[in-house]
Design a protein around this ligand. Structure first.
Ligand code: ZN
Length: 237
């Protein structure tokens, strides 16, 4: 009974919050009706790719390429804790999971961590926020199974080979997490070289995961010779 009252109260406060804080389109920032995640106009021009590829043997799914539009969404979510942008990213990832039938074939979603220092500076990990919303929408459990144990140089300042080396020993599994034998979605907001995905996925496999499926919102297509990447605004990939 307490649970029902709690659930009803939660629904009530969510509705009240919707009235007090109406949603805005993550692209043009116009007000949008309740229950929508993007306005019709921006939705019709948003370049959904919903692509499947792979990265060092791990499957990788991404919603869109990292361009001027998705960059605005990603950076707003990352630097300004913009809930509309976070919600849109989560919804778009969920729709892609449904399209590929992934929702029913994985056991949990694991957000890629940031270092303690980054968390102190930013106050939150945007990927955890997206994972939380994905959980609300899909029912998938979130497990914060990986931690970043080393402060690393900003990836954006490095070339491809240095990015891979830079993350050596940067991630570890939280021992108390039950991930043995589980197939997990490893979530990040943006994937550039894939260095972060490769390192965290390997840490999870070494800890006994049955499989790791990498999923991100935007994939940055690189044209770099070492050290000259297009993702200059983005640090952590
Ligand atoms: Zn719009």
């Amino acid at each position: 009974m307490d649970g029902e009252i709690f659930a009803a109260a939660k629904r009530f406060f969510r509705k009240a919050a919707d009235v007090l804080y109406p949603a805005r389109c993550p692209v043009c920032e116009k007000l949008i009706p309740l229950g929508k995640y993007i306005c019709d106009e921006c939705n019709s021009t948003f370049e959904y790719k919903n692509c499947e590829t792979n990265i060092s043997g791990f499957p990788l799914y991404y919603v869109c390429e990292y361009n001027d539009v998705s960059q605005k969404i990603v950076l707003g979510a990352k630097n300004d804790w913009d809930g509309d942008k976070l919600d849109f990213m989560a919804k778009a990832v969920c729709d892609m999971l449904t399209e590929y039938g992934l929702r029913d074939n994985v056991d949990a979603v694991i957000p890629v961590p940031i270092s303690k220092k980054s968390r102190m500076e930013r106050g939150y990990n945007q990927t955890e926020k997206i994972a939380g919303k994905i959980s609300e929408l899909s029912g998938l459990k979130v497990i914060k199974a990986v931690k970043k144990i080393k402060n690393t140089a900003q990836q954006k300042q490095l070339g491809r080979s240095d990015r891979l080396k830079n993350l050596n020993g940067a991630f570890a599994v939280n021992e108390y997490c039950d991930i043995k034998g589980k197939t997990v979605l490893l979530l990040d907001d943006v994937c550039t070289t894939g260095a972060t995905f490769i390192h965290t996925a390997n840490v999870l496999m070494n800890a006994g995961c049955a499989g790791v499926v990498c999923v991100c919102f935007a994939r940055a297509v690189l044209s770099f010779e070492d050290g000259d990447s297009k993702d200059k605004e983005y640090a952590d990939t």
